[in-house]
Ligand binder design. Structure first.
Ligand code: GDP
Length: 473
């Protein structure tokens, strides 16, 4: 049985009580444990020397195991159903941190009859008890995983129900059109039904426009959530790792003068002005017979193929030209829709003649060009600005306060709804199908939107959503 299926069947009755540590394990001042389910209070009372007399009251208490051995001094808060995160009776225990204390308190709760929670099980219960919809549950995971302020802002908006309200409003519009059609179906004999077809058509066109507009936010949503993949390409030793460090503003890459030492890709998310950037430093691109180095280069090539922009680095004209050719070779089939390529002349602090990046950039059809020095920082901020502008040219300016589709699941559902609306319009306008049959497409569009928020049959959707959750959430 998969984890998801196990969690699903465990929750349906919600007969059992679950426990988990909600904070990361390791040394820290505090750790928070959650217990939720019908026996949460009974279990809590059995473990605590003092018990809160009111819901949401925080009480300092000793906690002990079933043999009466004191494990820690904790703060316990009691939540009464349905006014809790999960909608069930629950408690939150703040223990001291570290590896041992929280684990022994979890073990004590298990001794009293709790079961260790599965990943995402607390949030799953919140969804099944109507405290959150599926989009909001996804947003909690996104908020935890947020790698940039932009991703944080979008996830918070989604948690607040912004996307859910937008989807629900679109679904209401589909249902309104279904009603107009149903009215027509009820009066089949009349030459001119009581609803003018132009009115239905206008409502349908407006709706298609709105659904299409939402679908168009998917590219921006992906860029915000994942960060735009920006890849450093070029031969070993041209200064990619140093530039990577200069761009992220701290030393995370190993910088070395021996060619070919950055074998694996290093990633960092930069909280840039416009779009968050997922910067990747790779082994570089060049022909080699060394099988180990070849593996690293294959990794680089696969990043280049998925890139939103590529920074082709070189110290001189030949290096820049080679970096660009290697990038285009790595792009292979993606060549026709090549990501913007920036020619980056590195080490511009060094004395001696500089390559003319502008002339070369124009000649080679690069999207932008500039000189940088990781050593002095010259051009580094400008490079970030150039990349931000190129991304905005691709995806439009980030609109972080409007609902965005941030996941493939959202994109598929909204694309399905739009496809069904198109199919309906074609069938209905051409009268190729009886209105009753054509209306099936409207119904399917409404269903696709409902599934996104979480309709009646949410178990499958939940299994998919909660696969990415951590235990304790
Ligand atoms: P990579 O193999 O392309 O990642 O190159 P590295 O970042 O490891 O740099 C190779 C060598 O060039 C190292 O000795 C760096 O110190 C040096 N280097 C990198 N960037 C600069 C720069 O902007 N100015 C100068 N003078 N040296 C640099």
């Amino acid at each position: 049985m998969s984890d998801g299926a196990a969690a699903g069947s465990a929750v349906r009755g919600a007969a059992d009580t679950i426990v988990a540590i909600a904070t990361p394990t390791g040394r820290g001042a505090l750790s928070v444990l959650r217990v939720s389910g019908p026996r949460a209070h009974e279990i809590g009372r059995a473990m605590m020397s003092r018990w809160p007399s009111h819901p949401r009251q925080a009480v300092l208490s000793d906690v002990h195991d079933s043999a009466g051995v004191t494990l820690d001094q904790v703060v316990v808060v009691r939540y009464d159903a349905p006014a809790s995160f999960t909608g069930e009776d629950s408690i939150e225990i703040s223990t001291h941190g570290g590896l041992v204390v929280p684990t022994t308190v979890v073990a004590a709760a298990i001794e009293q009859g709790a079961r260790l929670a599965l990943p995402g099980e607390f949030t799953r219960r919140a969804v099944l008890n109507g405290k959150l919809d599926v989009l909001q549950a996804e947003a909690t995971a996104d908020l935890i995983a947020a790698g940039s302020r932009a991703a944080q802002r979008v996830a918070l908006q989604q948690l607040d129900g912004g996307l859910s309200r937008r989807i629900a409003a679109l679904r209401d519009q589909v249902i309104a059109i279904e009603a107009l059609i149903a009215y027509d179906i009820d009066f089949p004999e009349e030459d001119d039904g009581p609803i003018a077809p132009e009115r239905t058509l206008a409502a349908l066109e407006a709706l298609e426009g709105a659904v299409g507009g939402l679908l168009a936010t998917a590219r921006g949503g992906e860029l915000v959530r994942e960060g735009a993949l920006v890849v450093l390409a070029g031969a070993p030793n041209v200064g990619k790792s140093s530039l990577f460090n200069a761009l992220i503003g701290r030393s995370r890459a190993i910088v070395t003068a021996i060619p070919g030492t950055t074998r694996d890709a290093l990633e960092a998310v930069i909280d840039a002005e416009s779009w968050p950037i997922r910067l990747v430093d790779t082994a570089g691109l060049r022909a080699t017979n060394d099988p180990v180095e070849r593996l690293g280069i294959e990794v680089s090539e696969s990043y280049v193929r998925r890139a939103a922009a590529v920074l082709c680095c070189g110290e001189d004209k030949e290096g820049l030209r080679a970096a660009l050719h290697a990038t285009r070779a790595a792009l292979g089939e993606r060549s026709p829709d090549e990501p913007p390529i920036v020619l980056v002349g590195t080490k511009c602090d060094l004395p001696g003649p500089r390559p003319d990046v502008a002339t070369l950039g124009k000649e080679l059809g690069a999207a932008a060009w500039l000189d940088v020095s990781a050593e002095t920082g010259a051009g580094v901020q400008k490079l970030l600005n150039v990349v931000g502008d190129l991304l905005t040219r691709q995806a439009g300016a980030p609109e972080l306060d409007a609902p965005l589709l941030t996941q493939a699941r959202h994109q598929h559902a909204v694309a399905k709804a739009l496809g069904e609306l198109h199919d309906f319009r074609r069938a209905w306008r051409d009268e190729s199908l009886p209105a009753t049959i054509a209306a099936v497409h409207l119904h399917a569009a409404a269903e696709a939107l409902r599934d996104l928020i979480g309709g009646v049959d949410v178990e499958n959707v939940l299994d998919e959503v909660f696969r990415r959750f951590c235990v304790g959430k």
